[in-house]
Design a protein around this ligand. Sequence first.
Ligand SMILES: C[C@H](N)C(=O)N[C@@H](Cc1c[nH]cn1)C(=O)O
Ligand SMILES: [Zn+2]
Ligand SMILES: [Zn+2]
Length: 482
Amino acid sequence: SESSAVLEPLFRHIDQRQNDFVQRLREWVAIPSDSSQPSLWGEVERMLHVAADKITAMGGTVEFADVGSHELPSGASLRRPPVILAQFEKEPKKATLCFYGHVDVQPANKEDGWATEPFNLTEIDGNLYGRGASDNKGPVLAWLHAIETYLATKQEVPVNIKLVLEGLEESGSDGLEELIQQRNDTFFSDVDYIVISDNVWLSRRPALTYGTRGSTYFFVEVEGPKIDLHSGVFGGCVQEPVGDLIALLGSLLDHRGKILVPGIYESVAPVTEEESKSYQDLHFDLEEMKQEIGVECFLQDTKEAMLMARWRYPSLSIHGIEGAFSQPGSKTVIPRRVVGKFSIRQVPNMEPAVVEKQVTEHLHRVFTRRRSPNKLKVSATVGAKAWVADLKDPQYIAGRRAVKAVFGGEPELIREGSTIPVAHNFQELTGKSVMMLPIGGHDDAEHSEKEKISRYNFIEGTKLFAAYFYELSQLQQSPQKM
Ligand SMILES: C[C@H](N)C(=O)N[C@@H](Cc1c[nH]cn1)C(=O)O
Ligand SMILES: [Zn+2]
Ligand SMILES: [Zn+2]
């Protein structure tokens, strides 16, 4: 068939080059582009330059777009890492696909329990372990390798390609929403489809993703004495900031994971019959998942209830306490200032600004009841809205066909419990079609000390993207060119 005549040489080339592709992923993972603290953004910039060099070496043009500055606690301001806006030569008759990805990563230290060096991609039993291997350097490279494969096999790339690559996704994509607004009538004006590959499959089957949850990240600061104190001298005499903070954090959730902030569930849409049914055919094994992450039980007893908790209800997670004694050993200190960190994943219809107000008022009420002399400060970042796409969108037809061409079966249609801050913005601000086409495996353990991508997913995922270009070009006509 015509499709195999196009795709088979591409797939053969990808198989032949797989060791080179893995080596390139090793080079990318070696750059510790952790975006969680401004003091580390130098490595994020270095990573962006490496990605830009790869794009220009393939004939693309790159602009480093400014996304403003970040205000440091000292009052000084620091320029944020720029966003790459790239494009390849354009042929007006072809549809234009814009790929979004990020090259920053979550923090990683060997001491967190990594069995391998987090920034040294290490292959064990067909799995490539390393920070960013799955989230999101592997998939970003797989897109670039798919383009490279067309060029190397002297086949015309069947769609026009644009790329948006950022370095601040893991800390909330600050400045990107404004950039999309500014470039809506220029860079984005001729884009027909936006695709994101920044999540994982639900099971061993490939998937297309049509929704993500949003997120707001909270900082609860409790400040007391001027200096840290000796607990033998001042214990029992001062109201301790850690005690206040633990009471505040303890007021957020009940023992079954229900969020106790008044009003938080008010705008959550009720479950329809059609939605209920959609969970039944999905492959998700609670028992296997328990084994994988090492828990005896989940808060839900059925697959359907657990997927709903993950995709369509809000959740609150406590991430840590800054300033509290956390090293090994037994320091008998009363810390003077602590900052609790937690986030709330939000679902469609929830407004981050409303959530922020509800949480802030709740924490101040609890604090007032304690009559503490300490100072409380609540602040929030990220404020990303949830995103849900229309499954009738033509991208999903092309996605299904590409999955079939590579994996031989239908994809699962899934949502995602985590957040891509820009997914909602792309859809709302540009009005373009947005789809997520993941290649990460269900057990990739993103953000953990076992993050990996399998060689299989990385290489077959590259084929999936190459097939996707072709299938997109085969759709009747692109939305803008109809
Ligand atoms: C899904 C994506 N790979 C991811 O991990 N996104 C982050 C974004 C975020 C949300 N709050 C702060 N960063 C996530 O979902 O945690
Ligand atoms: Zn990611
Ligand atoms: Zn992530």
